[in-house]
Write a protein that binds this ligand. Structure first.
Ligand code: SF4
Length: 322
């Protein structure tokens, strides 16, 4: 392997000390390094546009402290049934017309029942036939369920680590960090691309943010997509009222994700509605190259398509083509 090839190989062996050093860099230096990493692997003007549809909303038995869809919190989100295949297809066609290249389907389940998985597999096959990349987030999977999704044509499975292993039990008590890793193994073994990131601004410390990056960057293979979410505070959830995270710390998080996982799509995910255009611009400078577009992100608000189109135009960015 040449020196250049070696430099391009993503590293799975980042240490906490190395990641901490990155977080502590002066911001201009950190962004410079993130830009270098970004430009080695990607066109810096191209941003992937994805759409996320909630195909089964609310009534989830899990107790994720950030989530308005948990049945354990009174958030005004009602439990709904799994959508029909036709309704999902209509949404996918609209997303494609709006410029989306990837269509993500999210269901508020601890894990899918096999009967429901049959319907989801039909959705995946139909959405893929439209020429869109497919992604699903359905909770924990068995090895067999992951294989069935792969056979239906699923391109990506989203399953976030959420936070650091140390902070995990402060956020969720109904499952363990190790459960997340097990599902990720099943997804990888089935040959599905992995979308895996987490949420910041949940009251965690910088050490927890470092721990989350190290956990992501030490997976046997880096996730192909790394969504970095900013907590969206929702009344009724235990995390409502958490002191907001400094946006510059969020920008650092994006930059460190870009440097440590240079060949992954780093997705600026939930929380954009609360960010200024300038803060989002800094996130793109720090190496974010994917966003969700559309008015809603599952049950929470998201900037509208017109606003995103306008912002991308002002920044000289354009939608990524496959
Ligand atoms: S984040 Fe997912 S698993 Fe957790 S409560 Fe919400 S829908 Fe359920």
């Amino acid at each position: 392997m040449s020196d250049t090839e070696a430099e391009l190989m993503p590293r799975p062996d980042w240490t906490r000390a190395e990641v901490r050093t990155l977080f502590e860099l002066p911001l201009p230096e950190l962004i410079f390094q993130a830009q270098q990493a970004h430009r080695r692997h990607f066109d810096p003007q191209a941003v992937q546009l994805s759409t996320l549809l909630s195909i089964k909303t609310g009534g989830c038995p899990e107790d994720c402290a950030y989530c308005p869809q948990s049945a354990q919190y009174d958030t005004g989100v009602d439990a709904e049934k799994l959508m029909s295949v036709d309704a999902v297809l209509d949404a996918a066609r609209a997303a494609k017309e709006g410029g989306a290249g990837r269509f993500c389907m999210g269901a508020a389940w601890r894990e899918p029942k096999d009967r429901d998985l049959d319907t989801v597999c039909r959705m995946i096959a139909c959405v893929r036939a439209l020429g869109l990349e497919t992604c699903a987030t359905l909770g924990m999977l068995t090895a067999d369920q992951a294989q069935r999704l792969k056979s239906a044509g699923l391109d990506y499975y989203n399953h976030n680590l959420d936070t650091s292993p140390e902070y995990y039990e402060r956020i969720i008590s109904t499952r363990h960090f190790a459960d997340r890793l097990e599902t990720l193994t099943h997804v990888r073994d089935a040959g599905i691309n992995v979308c895996c990131g987490g949420i910041v601004g949940m009251g965690e410390t910088r050490e927890d943010r470092i721990g989350m990056i190290v956990a992501l960057a030490s997976l046997p293979r880096h996730p192909e997509s790394v969504p970095i979410n900013l907590l969206v505070q929702v009344e009724g959830t235990p995390l409502n009222g958490t002191p907001p995270l400094d946006m510059l710390e969020f920008v650092r998080m994006i930059a460190v994700a870009r440097i440590t996982m240079p060949a992954s799509m780093v997705r600026l995910s939930a929380g954009r509605e609360a960010m200024s255009d300038e803060a989002q611009a800094l996130c793109f400078l720090a190496g974010a190259n994917s966003i969700f577009c559309g008015e809603r992100l599952l049950t929470t608000p998201n900037p509208g398509r017109d606003h995103d189109r306008d912002l991308m135009g002002r920044l000289g960015l354009r939608p990524m083509t496959r």
